[in-house]
Design a binder for this molecule. Structure first.
Ligand SMILES: C[S@@+](CC[C@H](N)C(=O)[O-])C[C@H]1O[C@@H](n2cnc3c(N)ncnc32)[C@H](O)[C@@H]1O
Length: 291
């Protein structure tokens, strides 16, 4: 069978389940990770045929997609910030909003050798992308999930080289979290679990059924992780150090207040490409009492 024929079948079979935009996005994964061929190559050889084995992989993929399983878990790969990250159901699939968070962190780096901590690293997408762009930076990334850290470690090795990021298995909600760090940090970045459990019924079926609940939900306190991280930041950050959070669009103003109450300065709510309140940036103040 020719790839061009399979492409027609792909769109026909999935037309009832996904819109054209979604199908086009998924087709790129099929080309890269099932057929392992570039669009240029296909353009040059439009009659390229696939082997029997590849055709079987393709057939299974169609069945799994109809079942709403994310293509990133089926192919084990996710595009994020100019790299391909390995993913499995123990890690959240990296989202485009988080690419904006990475880009904001990178824009704010003022000096060489910046010390950066990523809390709740999952696939490692934030820490690894920062390290890839700023090799001089010193990256530490933590997660409570050992399975997630396995994936993150593989991604760091593949994308930036061995020991490029220092990974630590730990619980950010534990009182002694701060003891893990000897030196002050310049930037703390986090995309923590932020969906209150009572919003479970509103979540898309594919997210609820396939993505790790440990990465999504924060019981019924939407500020749980933000409060813990902000409090730790008071001692962990240098004066003038920065916090970057990815947030739930409904809780931006609560998070701003939380940070202002803790004396953070330049507390800003930043919108994502869709115009939703999606990030918060704040500076630790220069007050001697908290340095
Ligand atoms: C929303 S996911 C973000 C993953 C990744 N940073 C990203 O942006 O795609 C939150 C991550 O926090 C981790 N996590 C949940 N509870 C935690 C805790 N108490 N301490 C540390 N990490 C935790 C989860 O395992 C998950 O990997």
């Amino acid at each position: 069978l020719k790839i061009s024929e399979l492409k027609i079948r792909f769109h026909l079979e999935l037309a009832d389940v996904f819109n054209e935009n979604e199908r086009n996005g998924m087709w790129k994964y099929v080309m890269d990770f099932v057929f392992k061929i570039s669009s240029t190559q296909l353009f040059i050889e439009p009659n390229l045929a696939v082997s029997h084995d590849t055709k079987q992989v393709f057939d299974t993929l169609i069945v799994r997609l109809k079942n709403k399983e994310p293509i990133q878990y089926i192919t084990g790969s996710a595009y994020f910030y100019e790299s391909v990250f390995r993913v499995n159901p123990f890690v959240l699939i990296p989202r485009p909003e988080t690419e904006e968070l990475v880009s904001n962190v990178l824009k704010s780096i003022q000096k060489k050798g910046c010390r950066i901590l990523d809390i709740g690293t999952g696939s490692g997408c934030i820490a690894v992308s920062i390290k890839k762009a700023r090799q001089d930076a010193e990256l530490t990334a933590v997660d409570i999930s050992e399975a997630a850290l396995d994936v993150a470690t593989q991604n760091a090795e593949k994308i930036c080289g061995t020991q490029s990021v220092n990974f630590i298995l730990t619980d950010v909600l534990s009182a002694d979290f701060g003891n893990l760090f000897e030196n002050k940090l310049d930037i703390i970045v986090s995309n923590p679990p932020y969906i209150p459990i009572n919003e479970k019924p509103q979540l898309a079926e594919n997210v609820l059924q396939f993505e790790p609940h440990l990465a999504l939900f924060c019981e019924n306190d939407p500020l749980l992780f933000y409060r813990a991280i902000a409090l730790h930041s008071l001692t962990l950050l240098t004066s003038g150090g920065l916090i970057f959070f990815e947030i739930h669009e409904n809780f931006g103003h609560h998070i701003l207040k939380l940070l202002k109450d803790l004396n953070f300065e330049n507390v800003q709510l930043i919108k994502d490409f869709q115009g939703k309140d999606r990030m918060v940036k704040a500076t630790k103040n220069y007050d001697k009492k908290t340095t």
